[in-house]
Design a protein around this ligand. Structure first.
Ligand code: PLP
Length: 471
């Protein structure tokens, strides 16, 4: 399998070449040259597999530069009951008739990002050892991504993490999760400022190409193909749990921000998994819902980006969306470049409403969408708790709300549970008048000793800190 850029660059790369990279050289995103097709016999064979073995089968179709035995060992060590809490790894729980929750949030940081990040940690360690190289991951987080990255990379050989976050702005639980890590290769940097200041620092450091090369600076952001590929696996796992034969179809509802999670669903569907609808659920930051309703993709300015009670979906643009548009437009790299580079750059939006490709998008690609507000979230959390005794988090609530609008008779609807309620306790208390359950292993984490450096939003100072801690 070779990988290409969504903006038409002629170069083709292998998996391990793009594993440690961000964007393609032309600013595009990497995608496989084609989606391997999974036929009925293969689905039947995969149906009974344990999650780690299913992951190996799916990943093998996309990775041909890691020996099979090594890849199998990496999958086996990643997807264990010990790390993810159950033998099924992503168990399905029923709500009302025909509606299920797929639990993706029982990993180390209680958000679905662990599903991909835990694999990425093991792939990075493997590939860096093979090359005899090191990598210093520099990131900015407002919560879920940073903690998932730290828990995936802690103790890994050849990798250090320098994670900036806005000082005092994450929830106490999220701060405790990250700052209580005592591993030597994990560095928490609390910046006196907001999330955008952190992102600006990361950009400034990465734009210093000489520094970036000398100190081997890398990232783990959501556009990494390996993360997306890892997420394809749980669409298969959810399908097998909800059906007994390959003639049945299911739909998925996905709480969405950067379009990474639901893009993995698009890949699974393109491989032949019998998916009826892929339902994109957004919060008040409805860039994606607007596109699927109208054909207009309009990036929001910071004044137009709302702080909501499902904060991991608070986006101004959806960084993985370009991948879907590439497929939608028949993989025309020149056109994607004109839209995402030229038009978005100059006008902040593009309009595909008159394009036949957009008009048949729902039919050809199964996409549907909807939006959920703070009031919807509260009502959905309350209703789900009262009727089923099941407590869901704010992001999952956005998914459940929109899923209910999109259900079809006879087609199971699977909502991806993207975080556990304990991470967003304040809104749960607002909805239910009680605090969320806390898994036993997180009792008292707020009282643990913290390892964090508080600094002003000063690029030079952060560079100096990196230099002093890379040896
Ligand atoms: C990251 C995140 C999302 C959004 O996922 P995308 O892949 O960016 O669409 C939704 N819910 C939670 C809890 C998250 O952490």
């Amino acid at each position: 399998m070779r990988y290409l850029s969504t903006r038409g660059h002629p170069e083709r790369k292998q998996f391990c070449q793009i594993l440690l990279e961000g964007l393609a050289p032309d600013g595009g995103l990497y995608l496989p040259e084609h989606y391997p097709q999974v036929d009925d016999a293969t689905l039947t064979k995969w149906r009974g597999l344990r999650y780690a073995d299913l992951a190996f089968e799916v990943l093998s179709l996309y990775i041909d530069d890691i020996p099979a035995a090594d890849l199998k060992a990496i999958c086996a060590k990643t997807y264990t009951e010990e790390v993810f809490g159950t033998p099924q790894i992503v168990p399905l729980r029923p709500l009302e008739s025909g509606l299920y929750l797929e639990a993706l949030s029982n990993g180390p940081t209680l958000a679905f990002k662990d599903m991909a990040m835990q694999l990425l940690g093991n792939l990075f360690e493997y590939e860096l050892a093979r090359r005899g190289e090191e990598l210093n991951i520099l990131g900015a987080t407002s919560g879920d991504t940073g903690s998932a990255a730290e828990y995936a990379m802690r103790g890994k050989k050849g990798v250090r993490v320098f994670m900036t976050s806005p000082n005092g702005r994450m929830s106490p639980f999220q701060q405790a999760q990250m700052f209580s890590l005592q591993d030597e290769n994990i560095h928490n940097i609390a910046v006196e400022g907001v999330f955008d200041d952190c992102q600006d620092i990361v950009k400034a450091v990465s734009n210093d190409l000489e520094f970036k090369r000398q100190y081997k600076i890398g990232t783990v952001n959501s556009i990494n193909w390996a993360r997306l590929m890892a997420q394809v696996v749980y669409y298969f796992a959810g399908y097998f749990q909800a059906t007994t034969s390959n003639t049945e179809k299911v739909s998925f509802a996905v709480p969405s921000g950067n379009f990474g999670n639901v893009c993995a669903g698009h890949v699974a569907r393109s491989m032949g998994l019998p998916i009826a609808k892929l339902v994109v659920a957004t919060n008040e930051n409805d860039v994606l819902d607007e596109f699927f309703r109208t054909g207009v993709y309009r990036v929001r300015g910071s004044a137009d980006t709302h702080e909501t009670s499902s904060p991991s979906m608070d986006i101004s643009k959806a960084s993985n969306f370009e991948r879907f548009v590439f497929d939608l437009l028949g993989r025309d790299g020149a056109r994607v470049k004109a839209l995402f580079h030229d038009q978005l750059g100059s006008q902040g939006q593009f309009d595909l409403s008159a394009d036949p490709a957009f008009q048949s998008a729902a039919q050809r690609y199964g996409f549907a969408s909807g939006k959920s507000t703070h009031a919807d979230r509260l009502a959905t959390i309350r209703d789900t708790y009262e009727r089923f005794g099941t407590m869901i988090d704010t992001h999952t609530a956005d998914g459940v709300k929109v899923a209910r609008e999109q259900m079809q008779p006879g087609v199971p609807m699977i909502v991806l549970e993207t975080a556990l309620p304990i991470k967003f306790a304040a809104t749960i208390e607002e909805a239910l008048g009680r605090s969320p359950d806390r898994p036993a292993r997180f009792e008292g984490i707020e009282a643990l000793p913290k390892r964090v450096l508080v600094v002003p939003a000063d690029v030079a100072m952060i560079k100096r800190y990196i230099v002093e801690n890379v040896h």
